[in-house]
Write a protein that binds this ligand. Sequence first.
Ligand SMILES: [Zn+2]
Length: 279
Amino acid sequence: MAAPEPGPNLARRRLLVVAAGGVMVGLGTLAGHGGARAGSAAQAGPASPAARTSAIPSASPSAARKPGGVPAGRTRVAAARNTAPRQPMYYLDDGPKVIALTIDDGPSPVYTPAVLRVLEKYGVLATFSMVGENVSYYPATAKDVVEAGHAIINHTWKHANLNSLNPAEQLTEITRATEAIHAATGVRPRMFRAPYGAWSQHVLRCCAAENLIPLDWSVDPRDWSRPGARKIVRTIMKTTKTGSIILEHDGGGDRSQTVAALQIAIPRLLDEGYRFAIP
Ligand SMILES: [Zn+2]
């Protein structure tokens, strides 16, 4: 878990890379987010690319054959190639003092309910980026999130680093998570967040083809590295401004510091006049 520290201008750097039309964006995050990856893999299953690939069933609905004999999965990859991609969202544009809170890598049977209790206490709505496989383990928890009025978005099936997979596998990671979220909650996600912020032109095209808005973030207190609740709160309070999208985690390991930090940060942000919105 010796992840290198991304620089303070990480979000800005990534924005510039995106603006320049880079194929591989978010590499800084990829490195900086390594701890979350390790933790998530521990919860979600084997982490090696080979294990991940072999875990993807060839008979998933997206690979089903159409009457004409063309595998539907291949058609969707081709469609993804021909779709103009929309760039990831780093900030909300929803008026002064409007921000978004995003909670990644769940659902967790322990930390998701704890986060829900904090959000309910302060009447705040959040966006949960859920890992499809975790949704399949804890569908009732996912349903609780939707029933409390929060949004669930797609965070891949296995928290895969999509850049390590071939194009068809990348699309399967995305479609399979959508199917799991829909099966558990009855709601289809309308946004997608790439694990580790590992965006590529292909991932963005997959999002466009699957009607998913790519969502990134702009405030990262690195709660996954467990720096202490106080430090998480300090980073949130120091770096949040109008439009900020705050990144927190309820899955992938012990998230008690995150829960404790939210208990402090949310009322402080409300006191400062911020309003929470779902992007
Ligand atoms: Zn994640």
